[in-house]
Design a protein around this ligand. Structure first.
Ligand SMILES: *Cc1c(COP(=O)(O)O)cnc(C)c1O
Length: 378
């Protein structure tokens, strides 16, 4: 099938929710992708922060293949080892409590919202302006962006929106939780100030509310720390992870600290597919790699190399580690030109921002190549 055939099928049979670029990818290895004609591309988006170990990482491929041959699915009515092992490791590396597995980021947020409501019945959830937490009704209700919410009113009630730059949060005894992305990804890599994270922590402590950090995009080593909140030294009660967790397979999790580990009880929540052995086996490999000694330091170092290179091109850079963005006029056209002419995958988060989320395994040479392609004149 040609690209034109695929586009025809899409027009006929796929809901037009995505604005796809006119490229069909057929193969990937590390930071490289190949299209149907055999043209090589450099992937500095990594499936939007998903392909953390690069495409088709050998250890990930063999763990997935082995698990798929042995057992793919039994449901959460029985035990299988990969999910239990993953939960224990995430607890140790995360907040010391327990995990609820999901198939996506939005579902991890749904779990966190239900947990908050159960923790404080009828309580409100405070979210920050420009936050993004997903597209399902609860997660969408936590995503105060007019264009995304307006067509779907009425939304889930009980959300309050706080200014993203103010340490005065609208938190009181009615507040069940404050939900924040430490670095707002979809809105263009906008770090939330440490003082705001700190103020949210203090307000939650004062009013018995849960501090929930959405680490779906900024977690799993993306910023040069395993979790983005580590740099601010502000520890949440609950956090959501997904995207990079499965390295390309669909898995997310809502993670608690020890205190809130048993808020959700039998019958309170569930998922047919979530935490299945194949996705959990993949996530265990991702954890193996990102916790190798020195791996995080390398992410931080490579992030600095990329950021410094962008600044040398005269660009205004935001973000941390390998979660970076730069300001560009007509960003959607810039991203399209970089893809089609320079064979570099990046993404425009809006009219004036280009976002870069390369695999955490990207090499110095690939960073330098990407910088050269970004520097090339229109
Ligand atoms: C991508 C993202 C989500 C939603 O994840 P899905 O897997 O698309 O449902 C939620 N929160 C943040 C911070 C994200 O970046």
């Amino acid at each position: 099938m040609t690209l034109a055939d695929l586009q025809e099928l899409e027009r006929e049979a796929v809901m037009p929710t995505y604005l796809r670029n006119p490229v069909e990818f057929v193969r990937g290895k590390g930071t490289l992708l190949w299209d149907a004609e055999g043209t090589e591309y450099l992937d500095f988006l990594a499936g939007v922060s998903v392909v953390a170990l690069g495409h088709c990482h050998p250890a990930l491929v063999s763990a997935v293949c082995e698990q798929a041959e042995r057992l793919m699915h039994v449901s959460n009515l029985y035990y299988s080892e990969p999910g239990m092992r993953l939960a224990a490791r995430l607890s140790e590396l995360g907040l010391g409590g327990k995990a609820f597995f999901t198939n996506s980021g939005a579902e991890a947020v749904e779990c966190a919202l239900k947990l908050a409501r159960k923790h404080k019945p009828q309580g409100d959830v405070v979210v920050l302006e420009k936050g993004f937490h997903g597209r399902t009704f609860g997660a969408l209700s936590a995503t105060p962006q007019e264009a995304k919410q307006a067509p779907f009113a009425p939304l889930v009630p009980g959300f309050r929106v706080a200014a993203r730059e103010s340490a005065e949060l609208p938190v009181d005894d009615q507040t069940a939780a404050v939900l924040i992305e430490p670095i707002q990804g979809e809105s263009g890599i906008l770090p939330v100030a440490d003082e705001v994270l700190q103020a949210a922590r203090e307000a939650c402590d004062r009013h018995g509310a849960l501090l929930i950090f959405d680490e779906i995009q900024c977690g799993m080593g993306r910023t040069g720390d395993l979790w983005a909140w580590q740099a601010a030294g502000v520890r949440p009660d609950v956090m959501t992870v997904a995207k990079g967790l499965g390295g390309g397979l669909a898995i997310g999790a809502c993670l608690t600290g020890a205190v809130h580990a048993d808020v959700l009880q039998p019958g309170d929540h569930g998922s047919t597919f979530a935490g299945g052995p194949v996705a959990a086996a993949a996530a265990n490999v991702v954890l193996d790699v990102v916790t190798e000694p020195g791996f995080m330091d390398e992410v931080a170092r490579k992030g600095e190399r990329l950021a410094a290179g962008l600044r040398d091109l005269g660009l205004e850079v935001r973000g941390r580690g390998l979660m970076l963005a730069f300001a560009a006029e007509h960003a959607p056209e810039v991203a399209r030109r970089l893809l089609l002419e320079e064979h570099l995958l990046v993404n425009a988060t809006g009219p004036d921002t280009i976002r870069l989320l390369p695999p955490l395994t990207v090499s110095d040479d690939e960073i330098d190549q990407a910088l050269a392609r970004i520097a090339s004149p229109d």
